[in-house]
Design a binder for this molecule. Sequence first.
Ligand code: BES
Ligand code: ZN
Ligand code: ZN
Length: 507
Amino acid sequence: MAIKVLLTDKSLFQNKVDALAFFVEKDFDFKKEFKEISEKYCKNLQKLLSDRKFTGKQGSFTVVPVSSDSTFTYLVFLGLGKDNNQTTHFESYRRTIGKLIKLLPSYNIKSVAFQLPQEKTLGFDINYIAKQTAMIISMADYAFDDFITENEQAKRNSYVINIIVPAKQIKDLQKDIDQGLIIAKAVNEAREWVNLPANMLTPADLAANARQIATDHSLKCTIFHEKEVNKMGMGGLSAVARGSDKDCCLVIMEYKCKEKDVPTLCFVGKGITFDSGGLSLKPAELMETMKEDMSGAAAVIACMQVLGQLKPKVNVIGVAPISENMPSGTSVKPGDIIRFYNGKTAEILNTDAEGRLILADALAYATKHYKPDFIIDIATLTGACARALGPFYTGLFTEHEELSTHIHHAAKKSGDFVWRLPLTNDYKPAVKGSFTDLRNTGRMGYMAGGTTAACFLQHFVNDIPWAHLDIAGTAFNVPDAVSYFSPATATGVGVRLLVELAMEWKK
Ligand code: BES
Ligand code: ZN
Ligand code: ZN
């Protein structure tokens, strides 16, 4: 699909479109809201809605054809539900937008007009509502369908969404719409990279995308190739890459703010373009979606592309260690001992716990060379976290309260939600090695695989405020209740969150 988002000050009835859409709170007052519409376009609308039991329940919708002498073909009603929680209520709004966009093709609706919900209905200011609306329209429009050859027809369809706002606000809100679309484009790009299978997106391909983005948006980009990675003593990344025919690399992108003395933030993303498990081979069912294992790197790289355009008042370093994890005669073996960039050693007990190995070197590198105000890493790191939280919340692990507060705030605002899991002293012995500093799996008895993985990573950030985001459950195949994603594909999780953090960060 291709979709256009336009602002207009034309009234609902002046818009020449196929459909009008309405966002309706649970148990809405029909007379107050729809009397005029009903009189003009559909005399028995109230009865019709009640016959169909449309009450505005969250997630519900109904499409009503209107009399042939009107300029519209349909009225579309979408339920917002009722919710005292501002965050979840706004998420319902995002999902009604998603629903609206997804139902367009099946009704052959090519153009829609709607009024933005009121500030008091959603509890957010109109600029935020406009930005989020545009973002979600564009995210809902994304589909991974380039490889369906019969899809030519669907692709040619283009859609126009008219958002009705008061004339005096058009100029101001256009900025928010543009920002929303910039962020959505990056989210969709991250989704596309994740959806591309490992034969179509190799480590070199992902690095090339980063390089291209840096060129397009005037960012600095440094790429260390496998030879340099080995020479620099990045034993974790080297060990993981050894089993693959394809070279690994470490990508570093830098956004520099024009102002001096601004904070420096650092984002680090796991970039395993395919995780077979290595010699500790995954069973077939668990391997099926392991092209998704570079979702963290995708989020970081896509985020940098937004920052290059929206130019926040911070410096941001984006780091992505990128590799395949494959079994072969040259693979790292269970029992092997490696040494990381910061000199620490680890015994590799399970080659499938490879994410922490490549992140360790990336974190150590960022810590040593940039001394950022904080580091956040983002990774499809553990099945344990995915099982604990499921597909709606990313796991957050940190011992830094202030950073945790910032991340929670940004998560709620961006729609990339997080849920904090423990990271406390009790768990730390789980990754202590027997004859090395560390071991790459948690010791028996500690369980809590998400937490013990975080304990491992903590050894590579010294005392820099640091948080770890485990997106194993949220990066891919989120149920279609979240209507603006599509099942069995990538979500681009993290892009909205990291962008929000960078845009709103104050020293
Ligand atoms: N990439 C996987 C984690 C994962 C699982 C991501 C499901 C997305 C969905 C990671 O490298 C992995 O295999 N982790 C192991 C660690 C274990 C061997 C300690 C796991 O979670 O089983
Ligand atoms: Zn693995
Ligand atoms: Zn992995």
